[in-house]
Design a protein around this ligand. Structure first.
Ligand code: COA
Length: 708
């Protein structure tokens, strides 16, 4: 055996998993085979009365089934065979005849949790890396080694659905609270506590579990109540997935079926669904996204010789407005660095500190940190009206007003007050970094760090490099962005960068449709049905019409007519309708809540009388304008690869993950077909739709963005 070792200590068998040559433990074919053998030995050894299953890796219990193995599956039959053998093994573990304690430290995900669920008792560490959950639906499959059966029986249907349907991973504290694990301990005493539990179990003790809320239990036992739980879950699910993601629906059915007809029937259904989903296109694309984000975690952001990043322990944030506060708050919460705000007066600084603190408070409330950690992190926040202590900063991010003169002034001040090895970043969303860097003496240490709003929620960071940005500066910004928990893509300093560049024509097209008399609802619905989380008109309102218009102008100045926005937008801004923040845009807002469409908006923009454009046409015009621009910008080198472009669109705009991103989707549609459609659109609606040179070339040569 390579992966497992067994050691016996006073009647307790230690079953240690340490998959050689891998950073994490996962369940491969070989691991399954070895586990089977190990179980034989545990049964045969009469001295062993109870077992502790533990990992030999520092931060990974078991990270689930081997994803590489399941993407290699060629047919449903093969997938079915795989899942059945997995189920059989887990069933065997559960019925070993000797109690097993799962001692969990580090990732305990997917098949890892399903293994732990089949054990008699679970002890987990409070290590922040101990994450417990069933992420399968995020990969387009379902927990199919009994997860849909054992979890609801352990913690109640409602709580289990909450985890399974969203593919959630929770910290150990939360897992303990809902009853997924029986004991929560510091890492240092994991072995001791697990050993003692095994001893007690060997002596005939059985854990009493009563943590499932009484209300949940009553619901679970009562068929009518259960039906209500499932019906509600289904409704909420469909609202979220729009029917584009088959896995969560399948998981829901597998849970429901198992609760009604028993575990065996539930397992049958799990296996049948898994076999279907594992070879489905949606799953393949979601797995590609997982691989892309994993690869990005290791990408330093530069090619060739990779310099060491400057470690950031002191961050300066100039401009303590909403964005600045968000950046500072996430930096302290996520990376634990010292954050120093600088703004013109103490009122602003106070607000900035409050904004940053709100992020910490949120984490305290959700119990991601305890009150001691909260106090420690809070004490790392400070601010002043001067630049004193900026000499300690390793990185300074400016988030002041979007005005070139203001930015220039701030850049000069920053440069005067920081060390030579300090990286200087701008959080601009519209101004070219090279222009911002014009006034500094050493432009090689300047770049853009474009965070999205709200910083705490949005997962993407664009690191924008100019021709002069030095590689050490790029790698430092990329590394710190990642420490802040962001998925980072490096993009070229061109107008709109990547995300706003491809968003521009899309939002403009929404404006044109509105002007043409198509209703707000029709446009928004078309695009949410396509798979976007919100429609483009809602997005305009959220972003702010003035902000969107500013970005649109930058694009139009740079790229000309094809990026021109509509006059209607201008009139909305003149009328003070900036979207949610002003209480009215295309929708009405009451106490921060979005209400119905504000019909008077049509009048303001001068919309033509009601026009019936079929949904397919709306979708086509909207989506193809983005696809065309994505191909064009990639061709111009704005992003370094189709991978970065797709991840940027998915994490930055919410491009439908099940389509794999705009470039992956272009491959799926085929360059030829897209180029032809764009040509038709150009003839019908104008030159802005003319297929970009790259697509035309690809159509002629039958090329793709990704290898087939
Ligand atoms: N199958 C195959 N490979 C896996 C894996 C799995 N279940 N889980 C992790 N890995 C690999 C990663 O691809 C990466 O490989 P690489 O070094 O060749 O690039 C390596 O393990 C380390 O993972 P990484 O994500 O870089 O480490 P991390 O510490 O940041 O995160 C996890 C660790 C486990 C939280 C994260 O990898 C993860 O979420 N994995 C997927 C878990 C999952 O979905 N399991 C259910 C599968 S059905």
């Amino acid at each position: 055996m390579d992966a497992f070792t067994i050691r016996v200590e006073d009647g307790i068998g230690w079953l240690v998993l340490d998959l050689p040559g891998e950073p994490v433990n996962m369940i491969t074919r070989a691991v399954r085979h070895e586990l089977d053998e190990a179980l034989d030995r545990l049964v045969a050894d009469k001295e062993i009365r109870a077992v502790v299953l533990i990992s030999g890796k520092p931060d990974s219990f078991i990270a689930g089934a081997d994803i590489d193995e399941f993407v290699a599956l060629q047919s449903r039959e093969e997938a079915y065979e795989l899942v059945r053998s997995g189920q059989a093994l887990i069933n065997r573990l559960e019925r070993l005849g000797k109690p097993i304690v799962a001692a969990i430290n580090g990732s305990c995900l997917g098949g890892g949790l399903e293994t732990a669920l089949a054990c008699t008792y679970r002890v987990a560490t409070d290590n922040p890396k101990t994450r417990i959950g069933l992420p399968e639906v995020q990969l387009g499959i379902i927990p199919a080694a009994g997860g849909c059966q054992r979890l609801p029986r352990l913690i109640g249907v409602r709580a289990a659905l909450d985890i399974i349907l969203a593919g959630k991973q929770v910290v150990a504290r939360r897992a303990y609270r809902v009853g997924m694990v029986d004991e929560l301990v510091p890492s240092a005493i994991l072995e001791e506590v697990a050993y003692k539990a095994a001893k007690r179990l060997a002596g005939g003790w059985r854990p009493k579990r009563r943590r499932v809320g009484a209300a949940d239990l009553a619901l679970d036992r009562n068929p009518l109540g259960r039906r209500v739980v499932f019906a509600t879950a289904k409704k909420q699910l469909l609202k979220k997935t729009g029917g584009h993601y088959p896995a969560p629906e399948a998981a829901l059915r597998a849970v429901q079926h198992g609760m009604k007809h028993g575990i065996e029937a539930g397992l049958d259904m799990e296996a049948a669904f898994f076999a279907e989903l594992a070879v489905d296109d949606v799953s393949r694309r979601l797995v590609q996204i997982f691989f892309a984000t994993t690869a990005l975690k290791k990408d330093p952001g530069v090619e060739g010789d990779v310099p060491e990043p400057v470690p950031v322990s002191n961050l300066g944030v100039v401009g303590a407005g909403f964005m600045g506060a968000g950046i500072g708050g996430v930096a302290v919460a996520q990376a634990g660095v010292d954050v120093r705000f600088r703004d013109n007066d103490f009122e602003r600084i106070g607000k900035g500190l409050e904004g940053a603190r709100k992020i910490l408070k949120g984490r305290l409330k959700r119990r991601r940190i305890d009150k001691y950690e909260y106090r420690r992190l809070d004490s790392l926040l400070s601010g002043s009206t001067g630049y004193e202590s900026f000499r300690r900063c390793d990185l300074v991010i400016e988030a002041v007003f979007e005005d070139l003169d203001v930015k220039h002034e701030v850049m000069r001040e920053i440069e005067e007050n920081v060390r030579d090895d300090c990286v200087i970043a701008s959080n601009t969303s519209t101004i070219p970094i090279a222009r911002i860097a014009q006034v500094v003496e050493r432009p090689e240490r300047v770049l853009g760090m474009h965070f999205f709003s709200p910083v705490e929620k949005m997962p993407l960071l664009e690191v924008i490099v100019t021709d002069r940005t030095a590689p050490w500066v790029t790698v430092s910004a990329v590394a710190f962005g990642r420490e802040m928990g962001k998925t980072v893509i490096v993009v070229q300093d061109q107008p709109g960068f990547w995300v706003n560049r491809i968003l521009g024509p899309y939002l403009n097209e929404a404006g044109r449709l509105l002007q043409q008399g198509v209703t707000v609802e029709h446009i928004d619905k078309a695009m949410t049905r396509f798979g976007f989380p919100v429609g483009p008109v809602t997005l305009l309102d959220e972003v702010g019409l003035d902000v969107a218009q500013k970005a649109a102008k930058v694009l139009c100045d740079a790229f000309g007519d094809r990026m021109r926005s509509t006059e209607g937008m201008e009139r909305m801004i003149e009328d003070g309708r900036l979207g949610r923040k002003s209480g009215s845009g295309f929708y009405r807002y009451e106490k921060g809540k979005k209400r119905d469409v504000d019909e008077t908006a049509y009048e303001i923009i001068g919309a033509a009388a009601g026009s019936k454009v079929p949904r397919e046409d709306v979708t086509k015009r909207m989506a193809y304008s983005m696809l065309n621009e994505a191909a064009r910008a990639l061709d111009e080198g704005v992003v370094r690869s189709p991978r970065d472009g797709d991840i940027g669109a998915i994490f930055g705009i919410g491009f439908p993950p099940f389509l794999g991103g705009p470039l992956r989707y272009l491959d799926e549609l085929g360059a030829k077909r897209v180029a032809e459609t764009l040509q038709q659109l150009a003839e019908a609606y104008g030159d802005r739709f003319a297929p970009c040179p790259r697509l035309v070339r690809m159509a002629d040569a039958g090329e793709r963005f990704y290898p087939a």
